[in-house]
Design a binder for this molecule. Structure first.
Ligand code: ATP
Ligand code: MG
Length: 271
């Protein structure tokens, strides 16, 4: 069964999409079967995977509203060598339209069930808000990867995210845990970045990934070519960091069986 991770941080522009797309491609390059879910109406992960977001027949929007299946919506990213459930601005409407629907927090989880056996990893790129879409991402996942910039305001808001994850764990998805914090856009010459990085390590211990992703212009250029950075320029420092991160993830989860995320009613809490 697939290991399912949501890449989340309600702060905007902290590297969620860059992390999702590059981790997906780096995992795929090592032979892992990967599905990426673009849960953001901005559709950045869709475009960054080489898929035109303006011409989608079926997207995450239809899947969440029960108007299409995940199997029909999935497409192949030829540049990233992974599958993707794409999205575009239509998805913004789902936020409101889901309010009246049953099981609105777990619609993504239910939609993914038929696909779980097809993949080793499912990665969910969340939008920059603690919204119903993000909640669907958290309810569908076994764990959360939190990309963070090591800057003064980085820790602000982290407690809101951690509390939301705790609440989802308690009430909606007993399997959910924080897998780790990933330091991205890191500048080793910055004293502040080093200070914040040490603070994170002392506060979160082994929940901080060993891999540090540096600020690297090749990662920022890649999406305009519809390619993950790890494919666009394999030799760049940014690409190498995401390859190292994929190795860290595979090692961490080697040999672990993951059951499908279950609701609290059907599974007793273990944590
Ligand atoms: P949003 O909250 O809008 O969804 P996000 O958290 O998904 O944003 P990204 O889109 O991944 O963040 O990154 C924000 C910007 O920073 C993008 O222009 C991206 O190309 C750039 N970027 C991300 N990571 C790096 C990096 N390591 N080095 C240089 N630029 C980066
Ligand atoms: Mg994004």
């Amino acid at each position: 069964m697939a290991k399912i991770f949501a890449i989340a941080n309600q702060k905007g522009g902290v590297g969620k999409t860059t992390t999702t797309v590059n981790l997906a491609a780096a995992l795929a390059a090592t032979g892992q079967r990967v599905l990426l879910i673009d849960l953001d109406p901005q559709g950045n992960a869709t475009m960054g995977s080489g898929i035109e977001k303006r011409s989608l027949k079926t997207s995450v929007y239809q899947v969440l509203l029960g108007l299409g299946t995940a199997a029909t919506a999935r497409q192949r990213s030829e540049t990233g060598k992974y599958d993707i459930l794409p999205s575009n601005r239509e998805l913004a409407g789902a936020e409101i339209e889901m309010v009246d629907l049953d099981e609105r927090e777990i619609r993504l989880r239910l939609a993914l069930k038929p696909l779980e056996a097809d993949y080793d990893f499912i990665l969910i790129d969340c939008p920059p808000a603690l919204s119903m879409l993000t909640l669907n991402g958290l309810c569908a996942a076994h764990g959360v990867i939190i990309p963070m910039q090591c800057e003064y305001y980085a820790l602000e808001g982290l407690s809101d995210l951690v509390n939301t994850i705790k609440q989802v764990h308690r009430n909606l998805n007993n399997d959910l845990e924080i897998i780790g914090l990933l330091r991205v856009m890191f500048d080793p010459r910055s004293t502040l970045a080093n200070q914040v990085s040490s603070q994170l390590e002392s506060h979160f211990g082994d929940k901080v990934f060993k891999t540090l992703v540096p600020r690297n212009v090749r990662l920022a250029e890649a999406p305009s070519y519809g390619m993950p950075g790890v494919v666009f320029d394999k030799s760049s420092k940014g690409a190498q960091a995401y390859v190292a991160f994929a190795v860290e993830m595979v090692e961490r989860f080697r040999g672990q069986a993951f059951p499908a995320p279950a609701s609290p009613e059907s599974t007793p809490a273990t944590a």
